[in-house]
Design a protein around this ligand. Sequence first.
Ligand code: HEC
Length: 136
Amino acid sequence: MRFLQLLIFTFLIAGCNSGNAPVKKVIIDPNPTSEMAQLMRDMTNELASIREKLINEEELNQNLLDFALIHEQEVTDPSFNKPHIKPMSEAYAYAVDAFNENPTKSNYSAIINNCLSCHQLSCPGPVVRIKKLYLN
Ligand code: HEC
């Protein structure tokens, strides 16, 4: 039972391309970075810095976030192009707009919730990293 849990966890952290050994992917990164993967990395970094500011109670400006639409990006593998991507990408963009208009903690958390719901359906690998973006 324990072993099975470990096995499942290993697959989860292996990222979307569970065919590659996770360690190999981190070190050599054999796949060229897709547009979508690059966007995801940029969003992760930018949101991490906003998270710090929110935690430090810094005053945030409006319109901080300017991300390309997820569903218009090229993916690493066509298997990521699932039917739910577009509606979930639109829901995500809506949450980003709301934060841009009103950069509060709760609007920030709504963005992260949207990251998480799409990933739980399509690409569970980064879920651990996404959860680290929550405020507490
Ligand atoms: C509409 C669905 C969707 C939403 C919303 C979404 N993602 Fe992704 N994410 C994907 C897909 C699909 C991939 C795989 C892309 C590829 O490899 O081409 C991915 C890949 C990633 C990766 C791995 C990138 C890499 O280096 O290979 C990270 C990290 C990530 N997302 C974080 C996030 C964060 C943080 C958010 C919210 C700010 C987010 N995602 C919102 C679908 C989504």
